[in-house]
Design a protein around this ligand. Structure first.
Ligand SMILES: *Cc1c(COP(=O)(O)O)cnc(C)c1O
Length: 354
């Protein structure tokens, strides 16, 4: 671990902030003025710098583009009514990045380096954190191999970057999901628990087929039997049936979502019965058929809560309960929003002011 993290800063000559219309933010199209960059070579993270956002020169033999040695994180900064910039549980992202790193033979990023880079960058670009309701600054840390080598071996050179972009509301409408029973996202012993590039690349084709069938998202099932619900590929999934909040336990095949943990913590605090256990597809389909699913929603940083309005399984589509009547998920969304924007007391110590 390094004691003091020295980051060199090279500022833009002219900010591009005037290109941003806070009332009409295109999702992930306009990036903030600056980016953080560090390189790993000779066995250490070095050359820590914040520079103007820019394209990267790259070797055609770069190992990451050939073999997908790449991991990332996703988090958000919000602006309080007083104009303070607030991060939500950022140390969790630092820790999870290192869980992904280990699986992909990427060297650990010291947590103090991660936190310093993050807070320096977001502090410098604080005017890019939008303040309108439902808007935020999306933060994307990414680490990838930079070896100029197309042999298959554990890489030795890496780059760690953080880029940011202002975003509006991610899902405006509730989503229609399909329970996927042919394709697989993750298997035991694979990389499902890591935020690594290949997981997302492999999900695009099944997602495209589902879209052609009129669905917005997939709900993945376990790779062996397709009998158990896992998650939704960028969100964990929760159901309320007979007043019990049900969600699959995290495992080697399910990403350990920070939103998931936050929602479960609030649920327990409010006295809601939480059942973290394997969720059978059959019980969900049966409950849907009997109109017993009170709430169904995805949880993740991008949307916080994405209401599920309908579930497709084999040849059937089940329309779920009226989204407007779902008390728990609305309360959770509002409470998390109030914590993230500093409107209510943060009794869990989840927020960090930049
Ligand atoms: C990032 C991600 C999630 C949600 O995690 P959060 O920390 O809540 O944003 C869920 N599933 C997958 C596969 C993900 O990549």
């Amino acid at each position: 671990m390094i004691d003091t993290v020295a980051i060199e800063v090279q500022k833009v000559a002219q900010s591009r902030i005037s290109e941003l219309d806070e009332n009409n933010i295109p999702f992930a199209r306009i990036y903030s003025d600056h980016m953080f960059v560090a390189d790993y070579y000779d066995g250490a993270w070095q050359d820590l710098r914040i520079i103007p956002y820019q394209s990267l020169p790259m070797s055609p033999a770069n190992m990451a583009i050939h073999y997908g040695v790449s991991i990332f994180e996703g988090m958000k900064a919000h602006k309080s009514e007083d104009g303070e910039v607030i991060l939500f549980r950022p140390e969790r992202n630092a820790q999870r990045l290192n869980i992904s790193a280990e699986r992909m033979c990427i060297p650990e990023i010291p947590e103090d380096l991660f936190m310093q880079a993050l807070t320096d960058l977001v502090g410098l670009d604080s005017q890019w954190v939008p303040s309108k309701p439902n808007t935020s600054l999306y933060i994307r840390p990414v680490v990838f191999a930079t070896d100029e080598y197309i042999g298959i071996k554990a890489p030795e050179r890496f780059r760690f970057m953080i880029i940011t972009c202002p975003v509006g509301a991610y899902y405006s409408a509730p989503v229609k999901v399909k329970i996927e029973t042919s394709f697989v996202r993750a298997v035991e012993g694979g990389t499902g628990y890591a935020k690594t590039a290949g997981n997302y690349a492999a999900s695009l084709y099944p997602a495209k087929l589902a879209k052609e069938q009129g669905f917005d998202q997939l709900v993945w099932t376990d790779g062996k039997t397709h009998e158990y619900i896992e998650e939704s590929g960028t969100m964990n999934v929760m159901f309320i049936i007979d007043n019990v909040l049900i969600t699959a336990p995290t495992s080697g095949t399910i990403l350990n979502g920070i939103t998931r943990d936050s929602v479960l913590t609030l649920a327990k605090e409010w006295g809601v019965t939480v059942d973290e256990r394997p969720v059978r597809v059959a019980e969900i389909v049966e409950a849907a058929r009997q109109n017993r699913i009170q709430e169904a929603f995805g949880v993740g940083t991008a949307a916080t809560i994405a209401q599920i309005s309908a579930i497709g399984f084999e040849d059937e589509v089940f329309e779920l309960s009226e989204v407007a009547n779902r008390k728990f998920s609305h309360k959770v969304l509002q409470t998390l929003d109030e914590i993230k924007t500093g409107k209510v007391e943060d009794k869990f110590g989840w927020t960090l002011k930049v």
